[in-house]
Design a protein around this ligand. Sequence first.
Ligand code: F6R
Length: 607
Amino acid sequence: MCGIVGAIAARPVTAILLEGLRRLEYRGYDSAGLAVFDGEEIQRLRRTGKVQMLVDAELQAPLSGSLGIAHTRWATHGKPTENNAHPHMSGEQLAIVHNGIIENFEPLKEELVAEGYHFSSETDTEVIAHLIDRAIHSGADLQQAFLSTVSQLEGAFALGVMHKAFPDQILASRKGSPLVVGVGLGENFIASDQMALLQVTDRFIYLEEGDFVQLEKDKITIWDKNQQLVERPIKVFEHNLSVADKGEFRHFMMKEIYEQPEVVKATLQGRITEDRLLEQAFGNGASELFDQVRQVQIIACGTSYHAGLVAKYWLEDIAGMPCAVEVASEFRYRKTVIADNTLFLTISQSGETADTLAALRAVKDQVLASLTICNVPGSSLVRESDLSLMTNAGPEIGVASTKAFTTQLVALLLLTIALGRRNGLSEQQEAEIIGHLHQLPALLLASVRLDKNVELLAQDFAEKNHALFLGRGALYPVAMEGALKLKEISYIHAEAYPAGELKHGPLALVDKEMPVVTVAPNNALLDKLKANLQEVKARGGELFVFAGIDRIQSEEGLKVEQMPDVPEILAPIVYTIPLQLLSYHAAVLKGTDVDQPRNLAKSVTVE
Ligand code: F6R
């Protein structure tokens, strides 16, 4: 989704802005641009396509100045053209960058057009530029003009504005879209997330909803949504600089798949002993709240929703806790009945997903407590939830989620233990699950090592147009996640079914052109699953099965990849790995853009 960077400094800022955009590429975008004030004019450069094209254009026509704003655009209103790319300007005076959607832009635009404003783009953003300009022409200073404009906007936004007549400041605000302030020495910055600014600072202020900021070189002034001056804490972001680097890997996605054995250690670190869960991991007051929980409502989108579906199996089976799971975009718009003592659990890699956040805000006052399982500290979901458990996966750059998903599952298993304790899970059972979790990094490593074998299997996929994914029990959501991964990055149409549903319809699709991928760990449902595989085989379908050692034999039309033997409870986590590898290799063979698949964004900050 759109990314914003802004800088005000004593030194030239163009390189900082371009590097910031490069670091925001992972969010997904289709055009990019920047505006820099050179002391006399605001110079603007925009390009469709990759940030590199903007960088190349800037080399040809350098922009210099110590005040600037920049943007990567993910098209919502208007095609991805240069004219629609940000920054947008009103005359030669004012430039603006925006992430979000202005819902009432049409009436505002009509009003401005009637007054003689000319629009050079199809975007909703350009309205904001002209509204500020109009207010300045009626005698307001930049700050008053900005505030009066923001008060007219409906929808979601993070904004950065610079004006030629006010060259000592950048104004910014956020409502519904993320924005952080980067604090430097004699220079300050704004950006959609910290990643964009790690090359210049590790000190950040996380803005609250409705905050308005005046950024000067040596000063940061913040007003809250009631226009009261406020102090927001500066937080040091602890990071490992290598995260933004592909290292030996060709793609971030592959690097992130390979990181999983290590990052799950970080998810577990400090949260378990040899045989016990350390419940304090969920934060102050969590234990008292958990005592009162009688059911769990999980809300998430996409891959995070699949993590929630796996958790439902665990929570009901192991913790005896009723659990409902729903995608946020549905939940937020329907009339819902929240039972007493509900724990409202959101799951999100980014912590900024607009629908998930809106669902939380809609029911926050009706639930016992809200908990988020999230990978980004300081994100909106973390700040707005009563409790949070960070997945500690480190930044995920590939748009297709991999390590974020498996670490979410680990965090969800910890929650299952916490709630299970109150519902009959014995100390011995807890010790057994924790013992299994200690084995998890080694099991994930063994799965990642199947990479070369899976790469061979992928050759049978790259030419296909469709695929079916099957699983049973907690492996059904894993099959759903496998299908989503394949669609996202290889653009092969894929669908997942609970294997028992095959004969109720999808079996009609099966022929030799329809590969059927099945996750079949050794569990109580294996024999039933084997029967389902026979149904496929009998119709000439081609099966690719991931199964425990010696549980299913390869034969004509059925290729088995042997997985390490895993405790049943860990199977959803471990069996995710070969499906990630399968999609990755299919995409590489097809030559698609693995890390930034078409039309997709990493952080979906608009609904
Ligand atoms: C798929 C993927 C998306 C996200 C979804 C929710 O690989 O990454 O489906 O899972 O957009 O995003 P978060 O987890 O940031 O709320």
